[in-house]
Structures are given as C-alpha cells and as structure tokens.
Ligand binder design. Structure first.
Ligand SMILES: Nc1ncnc2c1ncn2[C@@H]1O[C@H](COP(=O)(O)OP(=O)(O)OP(=O)(O)O)[C@@H](O)[C@H]1O
Length: 282
C-alpha cells in the first residue's frame, strides 16, 4: 500500500540565489497511515516550509520532485495538482496562531470545518443542518470546549483557541493532520493539553499526525518517530527515543535545553574592555 504521505526529491528556493537560498534541499520522506511524527530542527531549518508543501500551500522548485498525500498528487515539478482542493479538504492544518475568526462564535468557527462538504450557497449563508451542528458540538466536547460554544473566539485563551482549532479539523473529518508549531505560543499546561488531544486523535481515530515542535521533550513523549531538519536537509529520521544528547547537539548546535526541552543557544558573555569594568547586573 502507498504511504499516506510521500515526498520525493522536494526542493524549495525562496530567493534568486539557487545555491544559498534553498529552504528545502532534495527532501524525500515517507509517512505511513496512523503515524504521529515530530518534525524538529533549529529555527529556519525548513520545518514550516516542508509542512506547507505537504498541504499544497506552497509550491516546490520547477525542477523538484513530487508530493503525494492520501494517494493523491499534491504537487509535482513545482506545479500544484489540478485536484489539489479535493486533497486539501482531507488535510487538517493547525497553525501556531490558531487562525480563528475572533469576532465570530466558537461554534461558527468550528462549523467552518464542514464547509468543504456543504454546497457553496449554504456555506455562504451559514446555514448548517442540525446534524452538522451536532457534529461540531461533539467535536468541541472532545476537546473540552463545548461549554464555550456560544462565546466569541477572541474571548478565549491561546490554549482554548488552539483546542477550538483542533475541533474545526475534527469537524472537517480531516484524515491527515498537519500541525505547525501548535504549542509554540502556549503556556506549559495548555501546551501539554493540546499535545494530549493530538495524541488522542492519533491513537483513538488512527489519524496520521505530523507536528512541528521546538520542544524536544514533547517530541519524545508524544511522537514515536522524529524527523530532524537542519539547513533544509533531513539529518535524522528514526525513533524519537534515540535522540541522544550528542545527536541533539549536532542537530541544534547546542547542548543546553530549557525545562521544556527547547534548545537554548549559549549567549556570549562580553569581556570587559581594557580599562573598563562591566556594570554590575541590577
Ligand atoms: N516566504 C518566505 N520568503 C523568503 N524566505 C522564506 C519564506 N519562508 C521561509 N523562508 C526561509 O526559509 C527557511 C526555512 O524557514 P521555515 O520557516 O520553514 O523554518 P522553520 O524550521 O519552520 O523555522 P522556525 O522554527 O523558526 O519556525 C528560512 O531561512 C526562512 O528565512
């Protein structure tokens, strides 16, 4: 059977300098149905760019290879497939900044997940059936947000908004979930809750989940497999439990990690100039 996600020779250049501006360099990767994979790597290594290419939100270089998701072509040689909208409707995308409409009710935001299945005129008028509303409420209940269904999305905390965004992908009935730094702007408790929900969707529903993470500890705890990028290349692909300190140091260029397992670059301590003393820290 074909892997759920298949990338063959994907390259992406943002600037004109082919040699220096490559964000992705000939990436090949296969992800099987039901896997939960962490995409890790230093800032600027290409994690978000790769995820965007999987969803067909960005196109690779003209001389680059193919991306297939759910057995369907998403893009090939820098061109989106003619049917990409159909495939996108089966892919749930979770953003770091939630992408909810703040002035609209939580319920309305979640029902937006059903738009791909309802006729355009009904979607435009916001006319959803009782069955569609019941599904949206059930999805909100699953992420513990049903009590907030009638509140404005902007009144919620970041963690709550992210849970609503996940309920939207559940209402969408997404078969693959791509989450781009879903916990990057959340406090530790909310971050854990969001990761637990994603892991539950993976375990209980068998949905394939690919999540970009800065926190290596979360990658180890929630994702059996980790794929590490560095300067647009895959430098590790294997069990996340095998991410040893030495390996992480070679990926991130640091041996320091904060309490959440996020790499911390060592700051250079300035030397006192000759004849001057550094002011004591206040
Ligand atoms: N729209 C864009 N235009 C120009 N360069 C871009 C664009 N998007 C990304 N890049 C560049 O591509 C490279 C990879 O960026 P990307 O955002 O994918 O990295 P990342 O690993 O997700 O980083 P972070 O963890 O900080 O989000 C970076 O050098 C970035 O500056």
């Amino acid at each position: 059977m074909e892997p759920e996600i298949q990338i063959q020779g994907l390259s992406k250049t943002f600037g004109k300098n082919k040699a220096n501006d490559k964000a992705l360099k000939n990436i090949s990767l296969s992800i099987e149905s039901g896997e939960m994979v962490a995409l890790i790597g230093p800032s600027g290594s290409g994690k978000s760019t790769l995820l965007r290419h999987l969803a067909g939100l960005s196109c690779g270089d003209a001389d680059s290879g193919e991306v297939r998701v759910l057995g369907q072509p998403v893009q090939c040689k820098g061109r989106l497939s003619a049917d990409v909208r159909k495939t996108r409707a089966r892919i749930g995308y979770i953003f770091q900044q939630f992408n909810l409409v703040g002035r609209m009710k939580v319920m309305t935001n979640v029902l937006a997940g059903a738009l791909g299945r309802v006729p355009g005129w009904r979607g435009c008028l916001g006319l959803f059936t009782a069955e569609e509303k019941a599904l949206a409420l059930k999805c909100l209940n699953r992420v513990g947000m049903d009590a907030k269904a009638n509140q404005r999305a902007s009144c919620l905390s970041g963690g709550q908004q992210q849970r609503v965004a996940i309920a939207r992908t559940l209402t969408q009935k997404a078969e693959v979930i791509l989450a781009d730094e879903p916990i990057a702007s959340l406090d530790p408790e909310s971050a854990r809750r969001v990761m637990e929900i994603l892991a539950d969707i993976n375990n209980q529903d068998g949905r394939t989940v690919v999540v970009t993470l800065h926190q290596v500890d979360y990658a180890r705890e929630f994702c059996r497999r980790a794929v590490a990028l560095k300067a647009g290349e895959i430098v590790y692909d294997g069990p996340s439990e095998n991410l040893t300190p030495a390996l992480l140091a070679s990926i991130y260029g640091t041996t320091s990690f904060d309490v959440d397992g996020e790499p911390v670059k060592k700051r250079k301590i300035p030397k006192a100039a000759k004849g001057f003393a550094l002011a004591p820290a206040s």
